[in-house]
Design a protein around this ligand. Structure first.
Ligand code: KIV
Length: 265
């Protein structure tokens, strides 16, 4: 029997039912097919493609044209998973630009777009949602702000920063965001955000007490060169196929076995 297509309302139902959501990045049709076959719920065409595909040292060099190319490829590999695409650096700094960029990603086959930033992004989120474009917000370590943050560092450790992150999360949900990615924040803070929000919260380096997990595919397959962030786990170790590693990731997230305490902050 064909597995049921994942949709944005379906993700909200998963949160309500306490079912953990699995997400991985993919950048081409072949890997997308493998990730989909493993039962991953959401596939993110991340602007991390700047790092892992193009060998850049940040995501800032990625353009909407790059994203469209990879979204079209990934679209051809997917049947069940929800396809989320990153809006790249400076492609959503105002409402009109956000609508134009998101329109290109949706026409390429995306079903949701992801953008980085807090309350300042509320006008863009509501403009997109008003046009029927589902939005995934991204808080915590936001790689497009790497120069402002002073590096790839854990965010929200101080009380004032934690309070700001909670307020940003509430504002983005109120503006209509349907999903929130929380990257590199203390596990306790992430748990409190996931508990407070109605929408699913997907963690990466945010502990296990959230509604789902995302990792970069090449980290899961042990391809990324060291040094690797603490939140990464190589699921190829001890396994003899990519399919087995991807299934192990899905199972570990669904069971709450990944991330372990050692992967968090
Ligand atoms: O670009 C990306 O791959 C991401 C994930 C790491 C969340 O934003």
């Amino acid at each position: 029997m064909k597995a049921r297509k994942v949709t944005m309302p379906g993700l909200a139902q998963m949160k309500a039912a306490g079912d953990r959501i699995t997400m991985l990045t993919a950048y081409d049709a072949s890997f997308a097919r493998l990730v989909d076959a493993a039962g991953v719920d959401c596939v993110l065409v991340g602007d991390s493609l700047g790092n892992v595909i193009r060998g850049l040292d940040s995501t800032l060099g990625v353009t909407v044209d790059d994203m469209v190319y990879h979204v079209e490829a990934v679209r051809r590999g997917l049947e069940r998973a929800l396809l989320i695409a990153d809006l790249p650096f400076l492609a959503y700094h105002d409402r009109a630009t956000a609508l134009h960029s998101a329109g290109r990603l949706m026409r390429a086959g995306a079903e949701m777009v992801k953008l980085e930033g807090g309350a300042a992004m509320v006008p863009q989120v509501s403009a997109l949602v008003e046009q029927g474009i589902p939005v995934c917000a991204h808080l915590g370590l936001t790689p497009q702000h790497v120069h402002q943050l002073g590096g790839y560092r854990v965010q929200g450790r101080e009380e004032a920063a934690a309070r700001r992150l909670r307020e940003d999360a509430g504002a983005l949900q109120a503006a209509g965001a349907g999903l929130l990615v929380l990257e590199c924040v203390p596990a306790g803070l992430a748990a409190s955000v996931a508990e407070a929000l109605r929408i699913p919260v997907i963690g990466i380096g945010a502990g296990v007490e959230v509604d789902g997990q995302v990792l970069v595919l090449y980290d899961v397959l042990g391809i990324s060169p060291p040094p690797r962030p603490r939140f990464v786990k190589d699921f190829m170790t001890g396994r003899d196929s990519i399919a087995a590693a991807l299934s192990a990731y899905v199972e570990a997230v669904r069971q709450g076995d990944f991330p372990a305490a050692e992967h968090g902050y």
